[in-house]
Design a protein around this ligand. Structure first.
Ligand code: NAD
Length: 424
């Protein structure tokens, strides 16, 4: 069987990492050669130039991407990241993980991801609005409720989703809330979406602690990244009785063995926008946070922070991957050899976000809105089933938990592609 002729378009550490995960999973389930490359590589990518008139009259051109990894199992779905280090390879890796995640938890979506190379903190609200509208305008031919449905990710939020929804709706001539998820409630957002990813992480942490026979009350938790995912996980876990001993953002980390007052940290963040000088504990670095002695460690910022260098030094019992791709392939091998840390892999751990995004899209398509309790109950049902299927796969084939989750996700996408056949 001849191999794919693949360009270097996506080549990067993070894309190679996602490919190695795929190869390992494909080998583990003996995925037929003829379906491997079709399943592995992104279907298409769109690169756009985004000129924005700045407040001072100058024009800056930003670069943005959208990668649609898989369109065989439904419209594609995935967040949009605004960050100065975005690359096409990173977006492609994140899109690939979205495919396995949606498939693992049984959503009728393929995976996608978008990104713009920009530090959003350096733009005024007006400039941010122009950039977001321009990005959606450029993507209009490629997105839509039945094509590709963006959502928030690092550096984007409900307001940005509102601008994008408005831009798309103006283009089609009527309100079209189902084109993006993670919108404000006033524009068709779902109850429970804002907190869904972090609350889902907390829900699974609680379930795994039960399996490990560790009572959640008083358990110590360290969280890297105090944005949407990290702060919501912190709130949910502290309401369950856990003690949050460390939090961080891009400016640094805070440690307090007695527990950090999460509500106070959030109030501080609302006024100051960064955690620096919050007090409430001892200032440490983001690297030190990862090596903090704690029961639960939650990376909830960016990829590839747990490496072969720091993996031997982790002092947690449970690693709950709120972020996408936080653990490198080499670090995975270290953790496997150590055998004393349970890992909830990203594709399962942070899937609460896309699950409630799916609920939001369903509500938009039906113009029929659910209560918060209905959302939470259905979210828990899907997370329970996904956890159960991962644990079954893990036991049956004696896989690590990441391999169990990835093989389930990948096998379903591959089967769908095989059943559809190859369009001549
Ligand atoms: P966010 O922008 O709301 O928050 C990101 C946080 O990480 C911020 O506190 C930021 O200061 C911090 N951060 C950035 N760079 C850092 C660095 N170098 N060191 C330490 N902290 C740093 O983003 P988010 O939506 O919370 O996403 C966080 C992670 O969760 C990402 O990996 C994202 O892909 C993943 N995720 C998000 C969602 C969602 O619904 N938002 C869903 C699934 C997965």
């Amino acid at each position: 069987m001849s191999k794919a002729v693949v360009s270097t378009l996506y080549d990067s550490d993070v894309f190679r990492m996602a490919c190695r995960q795929f190869d390992q999973a494909a080998d583990a389930i003996n995925l037929p050669e003829e379906i491997r490359d079709r399943t592995k590589y992104p279907r298409r990518c769109i690169a756009v130039s985004l000129p924005v008139k700045r407040d001072n009259g100058a024009v800056t051109v930003f670069e943005g991407y959208r990668v649609q990894h898989n369109l065989s199992t439904g419209p594609s779905k995935g967040g949009i990241r605004y960050h100065e280090n975005v690359t096409l390879g990173e977006v492609a890796a994140l899109a690939m993980w979205m495919s396995w995640k949606c498939s693992l938890v049984g959503l009728p979506y393929g995976g996608a991801k978008g990104g713009i190379i920009v530090n959003p903190r350096e733009l005024s609200p007006g400039e941010l609005e122009h950039l977001s509208r321009r990005y959606m305008q450029e993507l209009i031919g490629f997105v839509g409720p039945q094509q590709d449905i963006p959502a928030p990710d690092v550096g984007t939020n409900e307001q940005i989703m509102a601008w994008m929804m408005d831009t798309y709706s103006n283009h089609v001539g009527h309100i079209c809330p189902g084109v993006v998820t993670g919108k404000p409630i006033a524009l068709g957002g779902s109850q429970g979406r804002r907190e869904a990813t972090g609350a889902g992480v907390a829900y699974l942490v609680d379930k795994y602690l039960v399996d490990m026979k560790i009572p959640i009350n008083g358990v110590s938790v360290a969280i890297q990244g105090f944005g949407n995912v990290g702060s919501e996980a912190a709130l949910a876990l502290s309401s369950m009785g856990a003690k949050i001993v460390a939090i961080s953002d891009y400016t640094g980390a805070i440690y307090n063995a007695a527990g950090i007052d999460i509500k106070k940290a959030l109030t501080y963040l609302q006024s100051e926008r960064i955690l620096k000088d919050f007090g409430g504990g001892e200032a440490i670095s983001n690297e030190q946070l990862l090596e903090t002695e704690c029961t639960v460690l939650i990376p909830a910022a960016l990829e590839r922070v747990i490496t072969k260098e720091n993996a031997p030094k982790l002092k947690c019992r449970l690693l709950a991957e709120g972020a996408n791709g936080p653990t490198t392939n080499e670090a995975d091998r270290v953790l496997e050899r150590r055998g004393d840390i349970e890992v909830i892999p990203d594709v399962l751990c942070n899937s609460g976000g896309v699950i409630v995004s799916y609920f939001e899209w369903l509500q938009n398509l039906q113009s029929f809105y659910w209560t918060r309790d209905e959302v939470i109950e259905k979210l828990h049902g899907i997370l329970d089933r996904a956890k159960e299927s991962v644990e079954y796969q893990k036991r049956k084939f004696k896989f690590g938990r990441r391999l169990a989750a990835l093989t389930l996700g990948i096998a379903r996408v591959a089967e769908a592609k095989q059943r559809r056949g190859l369009f001549p």
